[in-house]
Design a binder for this molecule. Structure first.
Ligand SMILES: [Zn+2]
Ligand SMILES: [Zn+2]
Length: 135
């Protein structure tokens, strides 16, 4: 769980520290950005991510909380790779699907549960938050 790349390889990265946490996000923007039901967000210290290549960026505003997000993706193949939260710039979110080795990915919480698709079964063990993660 220490390196990754987009579909075409134009953007790659190395992680020099272990992630802080893995969180599933069911928010409107993550559903749209991932093209799926939720996104699998790996939270890593910004200092610990070395990026090769220049991702393109698209800024979103949270429909419910107004939070700004830079959604970084490969301009060649379109793979979503990173998200930067403006209120927590010391953290970068890595999309788990872009990791080379996903075997260590173990989500510890789910956020924006009230936006989750109704066919998703709640986990018996994973804490769920209706909105953002409470510190
Ligand atoms: Zn690419
Ligand atoms: Zn989200």
């Amino acid at each position: 769980m220490n390196s990754g790349h987009c579909l075409c390889g134009a953007i790659s990265y190395r992680l020099t520290a272990k992630p802080d946490a893995v969180v599933l996000c069911h928010c409107e923007e993550c559903q749209r950005h991932s093209g799926s039901a939720f996104s699998v967000n790996v939270l890593v210290a910004r200092d610990a991510v070395e990026i090769t290549g220049t991702p393109r960026s698209h800024q979103t505003v949270g429909a419910e909380n107004g939070h700004l997000r830079d959604r970084l993706f490969c301009g060649d193949c379109g793979t979503p790779i990173f998200t930067v939260m403006h209120e927590r710039p010391e953290i970068i979110i890595v999309k788990a699907g872009t990791l080379d080795d996903r075997s260590g990915v173990n989500p510890v919480a789910e956020v924006w549960w009230r936006r989750a698709q109704d066919w998703i079964e709640p986990s018996p063990t994973r804490p769920r938050f209706d909105g953002d993660l409470k510190a």
